[in-house]
Design a protein. Structure first.
Length: 644
């Protein structure tokens, strides 16, 4: 059979197996970050709604509009069909596999591998990469399509670079250089505006050049080309250092009020976590793979484990470097794989104060490691008398990945069972216990959910978010004395809370229950007491995005209590903590309804001045100007009738 046909068969089989494995997750549910990032889809049926959704992203400093634009195709799936959203994400995952093949095909040709072997290695690498279980949480968490879309543009840009670089090697000149710069620049922008770590293309491209295309003629003056590659590779580390120096106070505030671990602990922990990622890529353990790792206990440099991890990493790099000198072909791939993996974690696993552990951070990083495994088997195939043994080992590796992937995805398809196992695997994870309680409530087991949350909150007094969720679940179940005891414990523990981000999950549900009379004992005043106590917690007060939700709940209570001025004040504070078009509009309408037309017009003018300089800002200005005109017309009518 021709090599092209074999490669095509391998890719097609891998794609079909990936579709089958991910199809086992068809019963999955939404996850924690989906609502806050995707709720704007509900208004995306109009031009203004679509613009606000695409350009109003909050997941990162760039807004991620390219990734958000892909969700417009999922308008019909929101909010009832998360599986429909995931099916679309799976298409991006398969496209990434195809882009990997197109990237590796010309790259492997540079290692003096026969064309048929290069074709087979590229197809095997892309096929196995598609089946890696460590990708499951990225594919199956709807909002994490951002990772998939950015990853696709990274791989597609590398594939384009490889093709254009071969042409530039044969036809050097400014035209070839211009094509390279244009393609890489456009690809980097698309990747960055899908997810910010797409900027790492600036490092990936020099790595690919140095390891695989260094023997080709430079597309411009050799000295200029060498310096351009060095500058590109150094750009991200330099920007990262600059960011740390510029935003050090903000980073420390985030670590203190939101993360509850220090920079020292973060760096020590990431040294260990990177080794754990390697283990989960090569020998995945399905029981330990899942979306919830927020209970990961941080390490510090006084412990031996981080130092052992660092020394292990150094030993691996030195060994591979020495091997690359003796065995240029295989050693070079191994060294490339490890450096590519490390560079891929340069942003998310170093100084930026993100959560410690997320499996989807390996979406791009895992590529080089899979290539190394395939190269090892191909090398063995050439050296032994029975090459079928090497093929068998590669198939065994791929088969184990598929087996583990199917176990992981089938678990996602059974949300209650998934919640039980994820909580068992991560007993210190607040999200895991909240997710399990949510699934129990959906099964009509509110009492069991409340008991589960009580047990966790009792063991972790500072986790007020869990205690709030427990109170919301118990509101309709327990009698007055029990609920009063809960309130006393809650008021006692609110000052102890240190990780406030999980509070958002329970605030609205509990507030609605108290406002709507669904709680047997508590009402609006009790909700007000809880919210004001939360505001006095230093960690809530130091986290604007959490404080924003507290102000919104206070505004709802003020409306019911007949306090329009306080409602407006709370809504304005919520807007300043987390600016959005809808937030600005709500404040203006509240002022108008209260008869404060002049204040409403002044508010609109001030917000228009603050609107971002982007498509979102244009939409803000257009809509708010229309609202301003409407208020002015009402004012004019009232004035003409003497009713102002």
């Amino acid at each position: 059979m021709p090599a092209q046909a074999v490669a095509g068969l391998v890719l097609a089989a891998s794609a079909l197996l990936a579709c089958w494995a991910y199809g086992l997750a068809a019963g999955l549910t939404w996850q924690f970050d989906d609502w806050i990032n995707l709720k704007g889809l509900a208004q995306a049926d109009t031009y203004l709604g679509a613009v606000n959704f695409v350009f109003g992203g909050i997941a990162g400093p760039g807004g991620r509009p390219v990734a958000l634009a892909t969700f417009l195709a999922d308008y019909g799936h929101w909010p009832r069909n998360p599986w429909g959203v995931v099916q679309h994400t799976l298409v991006w995952h398969l496209m990434s596999g195809a882009a990997i093949f197109l990237f590796l095909r010309p790259v492997l040709d540079q290692l003096q591998t026969s064309p048929s072997r290069a074709l087979g290695m590229a197809a095997a690498t892309a096929g196995i990469w598609l089946l890696l279980p460590i990708h499951a949480s990225g594919v199956l968490m709807p909002v994490q399509r951002m990772t998939e879309v950015s990853g696709f543009f990274v791989f597609a840009t590398l594939a384009t670079y490889a093709q254009l670089r071969l042409r530039a090697g044969n036809y050097p000149g400014w035209r070839s250089l211009g094509a390279l710069v244009l393609a890489c620049g456009l690809g980097t922008l698309l990747a960055v505006f899908s997810k910010e770590n797409g900027v790492l293309l600036l490092c990936f491209i020099p790595l690919v050049e140095w390891f695989f295309f260094g023997h080709l003629s430079a597309p411009c003056a050799p000295a200029l080309w060498r310096w351009a590659l060095r500058v590109a590779f150094a750009a991200v580390p330099v920007l990262l250092v600059g960011y740390v120096l510029y935003a050090w106070d903000a980073i420390q505030a985030t670590l203190t009020y939101l993360r509850d671990f220090s920079m020292e602990q973060r760096l020590a922990s990431e040294a260990v976590i990177l080794i754990e990622y390697l283990r989960q890529i090569f020998l995945p353990r399905p029981a330990q793979l899942g979306p919830y790792h927020d209970g990961y206990a941080p390490y510090n440099w006084q412990q031996a484990v981080p130092w052992v991890s660092v020394l292990f990493g150094i030993l691996v790099i030195v060994t591979l470097y020495r091997w690359s000198r003796k065995e240029p072909r295989l050693g070079r791939i191994g060294l490339f794989a490890v450096l590519f993996f490390g560079v891929a974690h340069l942003l998310e696993s170093t100084f930026i104060p993100l959560e410690l552990y997320f499996e989807h951070r390996n979406y791009v990083a895992a590529l080089g490691l899979v290539l190394f495994v395939v190269a090892l088997c191909e090398n063995l195939m050439r050296r032994i008398k029975l090459p079928s043994i090497a093929v068998g080992l590669l198939l065994l590796f791929a088969g184990y990945q598929l087996f583990a992937l199917a176990q992981v995805t089938s678990l996602w398809g059974k949300p209650l069972l998934a919640g039980l196992l994820w909580y068992k695997s991560q007993p210190d994870s607040t999200r895991a216990v909240q997710y399990l309680a949510w699934q129990l409530e959906m099964q009509g087991k509110e009492a069991k959910a409340a008991s589960l949350l009580d047990e966790f909150a009792g063991d972790n007094p500072s986790r007020t978010d869990v205690a709030l969720q427990s109170l919301a679940a118990a509101c309709v179940l327990e009698d007055a004395p029990q609920l009063q005891q809960r309130m006393v414990r809650l008021e006692k523990n609110i000052p102890l809370m240190r990780k406030p981000s999980g509070v958002v999950t329970s605030l609205q549900k509990l507030g609605d229950a108290m406002r709507n009379g669904k709680c047997k004992v508590f009402g609006v005043q009790d909700s007000q007491k809880i919210l004001l106590a939360l505001l006095h917690n230093a960690y809530v007060n130091g986290t604007p995005r959490v404080r924003h939700h507290v102000y919104h709940e206070l505004a709802k209570n003020a409306e019911l209590l007949g306090q329009p001025e306080q409602r407006i004040d709370y809504l304005a504070k919520a807007f300043h903590d987390f600016p959005s078009f809808s937030g600005a509009q709500i404040v203006a309408v509240a002022m108008f309804q209260h008869g404060e037309n002049k204040a409403a017009l002044e508010w609109i003018d001030s917000v228009i001045l603050q609107a971002p300089n982007s498509a979102t800002g244009a939409a803000w200005r257009s809509s708010l100007s229309s609202l301003r005109d409407a208020i002015q017309k009402v004012d004019a009518i009232l004035s003409s009738e003497g009713l102002d």
